[in-house]
Write a protein that binds this ligand. Structure first.
Ligand SMILES: [Fe+2]
Length: 149
């Protein structure tokens, strides 16, 4: 059975998780205001989570015969996550909202990943996406609770 589509969505995921980690790093560095002392270290946790999933997806891709994208240029070109040059004016709430938007995109991608991997009969990849989806959804809940939503 061909797993071309699973390879494709895994590479999309590698690019998007890499860029999502850069976005969270930007928020970690550029936040100023009430909540900093708890939110600054929280961003480290989010980066660790993203990088953990990233490594799992990339290594799964290699395991099934693929080649993960690995350069910053490829991540930026392939990823659909929006990111712009940082400024100091943006509020912490606005920055957290950018993360929520990116994470919601990731939940859509992971749901597609589950469907595509199911079609290719790849239960292990389905499982990876399911675990990552649960983590990302939980983080969205927490960020929205912090935002009072
Ligand atoms: Fe740091």
């Amino acid at each position: 059975m061909s797993n071309e589509h699973t390879q494709e969505v895994l590479n999309q995921t590698v690019a998007d998780l890499s860029k999502a980690a850069a976005l969270v790093h930007q928020v970690h560095w550029y936040m100023r205001g009430p909540g900093f002392l708890s939110l600054h270290p929280k961003m480290d946790e989010l980066m660790d989570d993203l990088n953990g999933h990233l490594d799992e997806f990339a290594e799964r891709l290699i395991t099934i015969g693929g080649s993960p994208v690995s350069t910053l240029a490829e991540f930026n070109e392939i990823s659909k996550i929006e990111m712009s040059t940082a400024t100091w004016e943006k509020s912490i709430a606005n920055r957290l909202t950018e993360i929520v938007i990116a994470y919601k995109y990731l939940t859509d991608l992971f749901k597609d990943g589950i469907k595509i991997a199911e079609e290719d009969g790849d239960d292990v990849t389905v499982d990876l996406y399911t675990t990552a989806l649960g983590d990302i959804e939980k983080t969205i809940w927490m960020l929205q609770a912090e935002l009072g939503q």
